[in-house]
Design a protein around this ligand. Structure first.
Ligand SMILES: Nc1ncnc2c1ncn2[C@@H]1O[C@H](COP(=O)(O)OP(=O)(O)OP(=O)(O)O)[C@@H](O)[C@H]1O
Ligand SMILES: [Mg+2]
Length: 272
């Protein structure tokens, strides 16, 4: 069964794109087939995988969503690019900002991305959707298409207000279009080892948003090498394979795979 995970947080610059790349390629390194979907008109994911001029790409997420809206047939693998580290990418560029507007007047406007992925995801074990820093219609589409949400949070920033808004949006999506949507976990990113702040933030998150809000055991350290990878169009495993950030993203990858296995066991138990 394919697992679709949306990486979302309407706060900008918290590590959504970086985590999409390094979790995605981490899964590939464990033999999984993975599609990354760039759902941000800034095209940062596309850029950081080496397509440095996303606006020059002719086929993107906006193209395929447009075809779903107008009921045009899609070609096999239409718009999907392949990266040297073994991962597929559906890119995005500035055209996605027009999609935000055109979705408003579209029928079944929340389910366009889900309809697109229904067929396409059959070729993959995991689909990771890198959301833009807003809770607009494209992000709602991603949450509607997803099995779970992974929420990166910058460790030195108290996320209380933004987190309530995000959790409200997730609840709304659950009520309206995707009752089975789960929270995969909150991931602390850019953790500066010299402080205890990340422990405090884990504590506050659990205190304010309930024990059910799982915080990943893995934390991603602040590391200059991580910031440098995007210019190189490579993952952290290629760029700095023996560094702390590569080890952390490898640990996160294993945690995500373990979560999936535990859930499968649980579901098998329920259906017996
Ligand atoms: N662990 C880290 N250590 C140091 N720098 C990092 C780390 N993770 C990400 N960065 C850098 O921080 C910036 C923001 O990261 P990223 O683009 O992944 O965030 P984002 O949530 O996708 O941002 P946006 O909301 O704009 O889409 C980037 O320049 C990235 O290279
Ligand atoms: Mg981003």
């Amino acid at each position: 069964m394919t697992k679709v995970i949306a990486l979302a947080n309407q706060k900008g610059g918290v590590g959504k794109t970086t985590t999409t790349v390094n979790l995605g390629i981490g899964l590939v390194r464990h033999g999984k087939k993975v599609l990354l979907v760039d759902a941000d008109a800034q095209g940062n994911l596309t850029d950081s995988l080496g397509w440095h001029e996303p606006d020059n790409l002719h086929k993107t997420l906006a193209t395929v969503m447009g075809k779903i809206i107008t009921d045009e047939p899609l070609q096999k693998r239409e718009g999907i690019l392949h990266h040297a580290e073994g991962i597929d990418l559906l890119p995005a560029n500035i055209e996605l900002s027009a999609m935000e507007v055109s979705l408003v007047n579209t029928m079944s406007r929340e389910t366009i991305m889900r309809n697109y992925l229904e067929e396409v995801k059959k070729d993959y074990d995991y689909v990771l959707i890198d959301c833009m820093p807003s809770l607009g219609m494209v992000t709602v589409n991603a949450l509607t298409a997803a099995d779970s949400v992974l929420i990166p949070v910058q460790a030195h920033y108290l996320p209380a207000k933004g987190m309530s808004q995000l959790l409200q949006t997730i609840s709304r999506v659950k009520r309206n279009t995707n009752p089975d949507l789960r929270i995969e976990g909150v991931l602390l990113t850019m953790v500066d080892g010299r402080t205890n702040l990340s422990k405090d933030i884990s504590f506050i998150l659990r205190r304010d948003f309930g024990d059910k809000l799982k915080v990943f055991k893995t934390e991603i350290p602040m590391a200059v090498k991580v910031a440098e990878t995007s210019a190189e169009g490579k993952s952290i495993y290629e760029y700095d394979k023996s560094g702390r950030a590569a080890a952390a993203y490898e640990a996160l990858t294993k945690e995500v795979m373990r979560n999936g296995k535990q859930r499968e066991k649980h579901q098998a138990g329920l259906s017996r």
